[in-house]
Design a protein around this ligand. Structure first.
Ligand SMILES: [Zn+2]
Length: 101
């Protein structure tokens, strides 16, 4: 177990950046990891929510910021899907009310 040098949060031994404050440790076990929020990854998660969620889980320990982008995209797609589902339900219910006689 190690601790973040800037905020003191408890971290996994293989963590290369702090999920709490985003500090990236130099000399981490993974070299050259580019951990930053990515619109492209968020878009990928949005278009393929399942892939976004998988990437979120896989990337979270090593690249939490990139993982968050994938998770956000997937979550947005899921929430929009639910809203659209409810809306189409309401619309069809209204339609049934108008034309159901
Ligand atoms: Zn920290």
């Amino acid at each position: 177990m190690k601790y973040c040098t800037t905020c003191g949060k408890e971290l996994a031994d293989n963590a290369v950046s702090c999920p709490n404050c985003g500090y990236v440790f130099s000399g981490g076990s993974v070299v050259g990891v580019n951990d930053k929020p990515s619109f492209g990854i968020a878009l990928l998660g949005f278009l393929f929510p399942l892939i976004g969620l998988i990437l979120y889980v896989v990337w979270k320990p090593t690249t939490p910021l990139r993982a968050k982008s994938a998770g956000k995209g997937a979550l947005t797609a899921i929430i929009m899907g639910i809203i659209l589902g409810i809306l189409s339900g309401i619309i069809s219910a209204l339609g049934a009310g108008y034309y159901g006689y």
